[in-house]
Design a protein around this ligand. Sequence first.
Ligand code: HEC
Ligand code: HEC
Length: 249
Amino acid sequence: MAVDDSACDYSLLTKFLSHVAFKPFPYPTAPIPMPDTSNHVAFGKYLVSNSGCFACHSADFTKLDELHPERSEGFMGGGNTLIDINGEAVFTPNLTPDVETGIGKWTESQFITAVKEGFRSDGTLVRAPMPLWRDFTDQEAAAIYAYLRTVPVIRKPWIKTRAPHTYSSEGERLFKQYGCNSCHGNAGRGYVTFDAVDAKFPNDSLLEIKIRNPFAFEPESRMPLWQGMIREQDYQPLIAHIRTLSKQH
Ligand code: HEC
Ligand code: HEC
């Protein structure tokens, strides 16, 4: 079966960022020197400064210091406000090594999985607008982790503001509970739409394969690998809900 995903090749990060109240970064006047990649901490610092982590994960978009990121207000302590695809305000979490409110208790491998695969150690999704950083190598993600161990500790709890879910079916409840709606939108019209789902996946077993393993159809997919993360009994109601959404347009 031919699956045309050309509409999805559009830089997802750009789409993510366009939902974020970003002021454009000033272009650096001098080339940013690439650090020695064998120096873990220096390489991690470079990545945090140049991948946007510090912009979203510090206190305030209007108080960033692009030239000296670590001088930004509340550097890596989270609290910055973003608007997600459903129009909900979300605050970024604290990534400093504080053991209570930051990621002080996270292991390196838990961190790599959260950043590259989008799942925390308790199985919950790290929701959009946090991008899925699948292009990082393990070494790059580990370097970020190593650097974050060295930044000044900020004690600041993550304010979770996700509105209580409202739903009218089991499938809709699961769609929101797993966090599908953070990328696909409550109405299935997010970064990707479900308009073509019935044409692309004419029967439920194909659609189930797609949800379990998006790479089966789209090797470059930016969708999380749900196999093992979704309870078996939840696939059918989720599929029914996606079919409902795809017919609503
Ligand atoms: C567009 C803004 C944005 C950018 C850029 C961004 N993040 Fe995030 N990040 C978020 C948001 C929002 C969350 C909370 C997600 C949620 O609600 O589940 C988050 C969550 C996380 C978490 C989970 C923390 C926890 O306590 O659950 C980690 C780890 C993380 N980000 C690391 C990074 C790293 C590393 C980078 C840079 C490579 C980065 N983020 C760049 C917005 C961003
Ligand atoms: C991090 C963002 C993200 C999350 C979370 C996410 N998806 Fe996706 N999804 C995508 C992207 C990007 C695509 C398009 C690329 C592809 O086809 O793999 C996609 C494609 C799909 C498609 C195929 C649509 C089509 O017309 O080809 C289905 C079905 C789907 N997702 C279902 C789900 C379900 C169910 C969940 C929750 C269990 C979910 N997605 C969570 C990003 C996400």
